[in-house]
Structures are given as structure tokens and as C-alpha cells.
Ligand binder design. Sequence first.
Ligand code: ADP
Length: 372
Amino acid sequence: MGILSDDSVREALRSVPFPGFSRDIVSLGVVRQISIDGSSVSIELVVQNREDVVLRALEDRVKAVVSALSEVGAVNVKFVGPAPARLPSAGKPAPAEVKPAAPLAHRIIGVASGKGGVGKSTVAVNLAVSLAQQGRRVGFLDADVHGPSAPLMFGLEGRRPERADADGRPVPLEAFGVRVMSMGFFTERGNAVIWRGPIVGNFIKQLLGEVAWGELDDLVIDFPPGTGDAQLTISQTLQLSGVVVVTTPNELALIDAVKAIAMFQKVGVPILGIVENMSYFVCGHCQQTTEIFGSGGGSREALAHDVPLLGRVPIDPAVVAESDRGVPVVIERPQSPAGLAFAQIARAVIERTAARAETNLGLGAFLDRFGR
Ligand code: ADP
């Protein structure tokens, strides 16, 4: 066994998985600081989750692993909340004591799903455009790095961000009043990119921090489907206002949606609600409504999990063609049942996050509770 050092402690912590996940706390960036004073070791951990049971489990594992190192006496574990993501300040770096840079966005809203193909990106794009239609300054981060669809859906395909700010940071492209950043701007269409988890995490951090977003009221993040590393990295890096979980009402999709909800709850990210997409069909001729997958799947699950149903969007074949042409339905046909449903979902998200925006400022209380 080597000499006690920050590195030996960090190495030992690589064997501690985040409770409920297979990835270790070091690679997830949870370990912020290690300090050694004689034989006592202090470790600072950054966590979103405020549940005692998770924090205690983490503390016990960390203490057990570090205590087992030779020369270690006391082990002190301190929990801190993540700092809200901040824009690097423009121009010359300011001295540390000067006012901190502006937060990345007032609200950061993730759009997630348990499985692919349920309309997650369609919901994310229409949500962002609806928010912009209400006069808000909106950013859209396409974090679905394996299958980026934002360039197509925003009508920006084949384009690249060409302008940069004074610091050389790329300026997002803009469509329908939304500032858009996507991996798809930097790859050829159809070239599937296979990224490993940590690279995905780094890439997303870069897209968040090293892009000239400007001042934003809302940032909508289109997550990859499922419950992988990207979701966990973003949840740990950013203080999300919450996530919207998109599902279709069929049983298989619902099972995966429930898994996604459980994952976000486990890492302490608020669930803003469920969107049930492709819920029902409205006949274009007789306006009759048909529940294709059986009625009320989304509401059933929302109730079962005590999360609100933000809205139900009908299946509408024109949505596919509009997406492919790069014109969201809330622009092309705002008065259609699908257009109205998306606008209503945006209003529900604002309502749900208005309360959250206040509680976000409550990070101080969390830090006070667990010590700085
Ligand atoms: P995901 O992001 O979950 O993989 P997408 O948003 O890419 O899903 O949608 C998958 C496909 O379903 C796309 O072709 C999209 O146009 C279509 N789609 C999404 N929502 C609807 C809807 N309400 N009605 C009809 N087609 C839809």
C-alpha cells in the first residue's frame, strides 16, 4: 500500500459507485476536493440529491473505503450542491472577488424519455419555440449526441455556427427565435458517432460552457433517450429546474418512462411532469377522436408516480412532414390540435418552473445544512 496522498485516496474512491448506478463517483465528477491533514482525510462531494438515505449510503461507502487505507485515522465527508452552470464572463477574466458571471439560464429544462422514437425531440423543439413565441430568450442544447435531430427539426441542416464572439466562442445558430447548438452541426449527416460516456460528458460540458449563448431566460436540453451517462453527467453538472419526461401511452414505452423518472428522482432532479405524445388521433374529416393505444396511459402513470401530466399530444401525420422540412408545428399550424397541445405544455412548464426558479435560489439552505 503506497503513501497516503490525494491520489491514493482518489484511486480508492474509484471503487465507490454512485448509489443506484454502476459508475464510480470519481469519473462522475462527484469528488470535488480531497484534503489530508496528518492522518485525517476530508473529502468534499458534489451532489444534487438531497435525500438523506442516498447521502448516508454514499458517506458510509466513502468512509469504509478510505478508512481501509493505511495511515488513515479520521475520515470527514462533506456534501455540497453543484454550482449553477455559469457563462464564462466575456472579455478579460475578472478578478475572483468581482461579481460572478451570469448564470447560464434562469431556467434549465431537460426533455427526456425512457426510449427512442416517442417524440422526445419533437416535444423539446416545440417547447423551445413556444417559449420563444412568448418573448423569452431561449437556448436549445441538443445533447442527443448519438442521434442529433435539432439541425433537421429547426431547418438548420447543412449549416454550421460560423460567427464567434470576442473570446472566440462559437455563436449558436438561430431559428424561430431559439439559439440552437447541436453536435449535428459538426458532423456529416448519417455518420453515426459512437462516443464513450466520459467523452459525451466532456462534449456536453463544452457545449454548455464554451458557447456564446448570450443572456438566456430558458435553456431547453434535449437529452439522449434512456438512462445513460449523459443524463447523469448533465444532472450532476447543472442545477436543472427539472425534466419533462416524454412517453407514448403504450405499455412498453411507459415501463421505460417509469425507469427514466426513477433515475432522475434518484439523482435529485425534479420531474416537472409527463408529456403523453401520440396519445390519440383526431380525424381530419369528421374531427372524431380515437385513442389509439388505449386511453389515459400517461395520466395513469403520472398519477401512479405522483407527477403531473403536462399534456397529451395527438398523433398527427403532418407533424412528421413538418419536422422533416424543419418547421415546427407550433409555427406552421399553431391552431391545430397538436399545435395547441404543445403551446399548452409550454405554459404548464412555465407554471411548474416558476415555483422552481424560487426554490433554485434555495441552494444556500442546502449548503448550510450540509456545511460549505
Ligand atoms: P425521439 O426524439 O423520441 O427519438 P422524435 O421526436 O425524433 O422522437 O420523433 C420520432 C418520429 O415521430 C419523427 O418522425 C417525428 O416527426 C414523429 N412524431 C413525433 N411526434 C409526433 C406526433 N405527435 N404525431 C405524429 N408524428 C410524430
